[in-house]
Design a protein around this ligand. Structure first.
Ligand code: TMP
Length: 235
């Protein structure tokens, strides 16, 4: 197997099958476009297992994903896609950059899920873009964006309902999609790195904001998410 790409949180390897890749989830953590760096012990295992758990749940609910199967604690086999360079953010509650940008307190529930797009570019710091930018730059077709928007809302519905049964509020999250044999499918990961999870009863943060904001208890929060979803523990 050949290392094809190393990102901030994952490594991607080729396999014998040209249609399949292996993803290895790392413990490395970055924030603010790589300015803040650190390690979150066992994060790779949590993110691999949590992503697999969500991808299976989504497939059961009719959302096509790149997930094939888990290979080990830190590794999964996925379909090889061409990533659409648009990050899709779905927000149920105000938090993070939208709170800052619009001068909102955190934790305000929006009357409907608010969707934002970012241009996937580390050099530019993933700037926010709109449908016209996506079309004008040719990042995705209108048909692809219609499919992506529909899938993002479906992911939100399925995961929000599922997580509420685990006493977790899904405040917001980021998705990436890929092209696979003419179809757009869900790719990348869905984990405490890419979602805001709040405990429903205490409003405690159970996600990467604990690392971004130096709140302590980072590993414990990641482990808590894994435990509530799968019953497993890595600490
Ligand atoms: P934001 O409030 O910082 O824009 O983040 C919105 C959501 O997107 C949040 O759940 C964290 C996630 N996210 C990523 O997955 N990757 C990123 O690089 C950033 C900035 C946010």
């Amino acid at each position: 197997m050949e290392l094809l790409y190393e990102g901030k949180a994952k490594k991607v390897y080729s396999t014998d099958n040209p249609d399949e890749l292996m993803v290895e989830y790392k413990d490395d953590a970055t924030a603010f476009n790589g300015v803040k760096r650190g390690t979150i012990v066992s994060k790779g295992i949590v993110n691999n297992k949590v992503s697999a758990h969500f991808f299976k749940l989504l497939e059961e609910n009719g959302v096509a994903t790149h997930f094939i199967r888990l290979l080990s604690g830190r590794e999964m086999l996925v379909k090889r896609v061409e990533i659409v360079p648009v990050e899709v953010i779905v927000r149920n509650y105000s938090a993070g950059s939208i709170a800052k940008r619009l001068g909102l307190d955190e934790g305000i529930k929006f009357p409907f899920p608010v969707i934002e797009y970012s241009y996937k570019s580390d050099e530019l710091g993933d700037p926010m873009i709109n449908d016209d930018h996506i079309r004008a730059l040719g990042l995705a077709t209108d048909a692809e964006m219609a499919a992506i928007r529909g899938m993002a809302l479906k992911v939100n519905e399925v995961l929000s309902n599922y997580l509420l049964h685990k006493d977790i509020i899904l405040a917001d999250f980021k998705l990436e999609f890929g092209r696979y044999h003419g179809e757009v499918i869900l790719a990348d990961e869905i984990s405490p790195d890419t979602c805001r999870f709040w405990d429903k009863n205490t409003m405690e943060k159970l996600d990467k904001d604990r690392f971004r904001r130096d709140l302590g208890g980072v590993e414990e929060a990641y482990n808590e998410i894994l435990k509530r979803l799968t019953g497993e523990s890595v600490l």
